[in-house]
Design a protein around this ligand. Structure first.
Ligand code: APR
Length: 263
């Protein structure tokens, strides 16, 4: 049955009890599980960086000149109009350059140091997890501070803000592109393997701030669940993933994540 009015709502689901934030028992359940966990895998999306001032992709401030990420982050868009795509990335680089990790990034970095086996899978390209000290991570959609030559394929760091348009390779003068996985492109084999191993071998899988709309990341929670993990979701919105998530904590990542793990 449905209990509770207002904040605390406990809904009995056919796949077990879905507890939402506001029921103290959810928090203490997750705290206890994390404290006892030998192996934790964290998956993050734009929501963890929203509290640092980086707009999410599908939130109210997710558009640039009325373009959606799906319009610009594609190989076709880059072939058609590389200048426009670089203008968008320059806008994002300029914006991200002034942003700092928030408490949620910091706690995720502390988990890495305190939990026996830990891996972070992030869809974010803003580099804020690295800035917070995370090192055991897969940046499965790339990193906005890396560029790749479209001719010789060399990947290099580039922190120029703005980066001159159109940027050319220092080695072969070929056209540089952001080292980011675009829609329609595959993830790096190394990242897929590291993510799969981490998802199949964790006691707890913590999903923070992702809409779960873009694959393969959208299927990662189910991989962990099938392998026996206890799946926890932290999201500003009400729970979406029916049947996969064991406990949902609704609210801002910067407020909730520090409560889950006492460093
Ligand atoms: N705390 C927690 N969650 C939040 C917060 C917050 N402060 N703010 C927003 N969210 C949640 C939203 O409810 C939403 O579920 O974060 C999620 C952001 O969803 P998206 O904008 O779709 O971002 P993401 O899931 O990371 O997108 C996945 O899509 O555009 C591509 O490659 C890009 O990596 C990106 C991928």
């Amino acid at each position: 049955g449905t209990a509770g009015v207002g904040g605390a709502a406990i809904r009995q689901r056919k796949q077990g009890l879905l507890l939402t934030m506001g029921t103290g028992s959810t928090l203490s359940l997750v705290q206890a599980k994390l404290a006892a966990a030998r192996s934790v895998t964290v998956l993050t999306g734009a929501g963890i960086s929203a509290d640092s001032g980086v707009p999410t992709f599908r939130g109210p401030d997710g558009l640039w000149r009325n373009f959606r990420a799906e319009d610009l982050a594609t190989p076709e868009a880059f072939v058609r109009d590389p200048k426009l795509v670089w203008e968008w990335y320059n806008w994002r680089r300029e914006l991200i350059a002034t942003k700092r990790p928030n408490a949620a990034h910091d706690v995720v970095a502390q988990m890495e140091r305190r939990i026996e086996r830990f891996w972070l899978i992030t869809q974010n390209v803003d580099g804020l997890h690295r800035d917070a000290g995370s090192r055991q991570l897969s940046e499965i959609h790339g990193n906005i501070w890396k560029v790749r030559c479209t001719t010789c394929r060399q990947v290099s760091d580039n922190r120029e803000v703005p980066i001159p348009i159109l940027p050319s390779c220092g080695r072969c003068a070929g056209l540089l592109r952001p080292h980011i996985v675009w829609f329609g492109e595959g993830l790096a084999e190394e990242d897929l393997q590291a993510s799969d191993a981490a998802l199949r071998n964790c006691d707890i899988c913590l999903i923070i701030g992702t809409s779960g709309l873009v694959y393969p990341a959208a299927g990662f929670a189910a991989v962990a669940k099938r392998a026996g993990a206890f799946v926890v979701e932290v999201n500003l919105d009400p729970p979406q993933r029916s049947g996969v998530v064991d406990a949902t904590l609704q609210g801002r990542a910067k407020d909730i994540v520090p409560l889950l793990f006492q460093a």
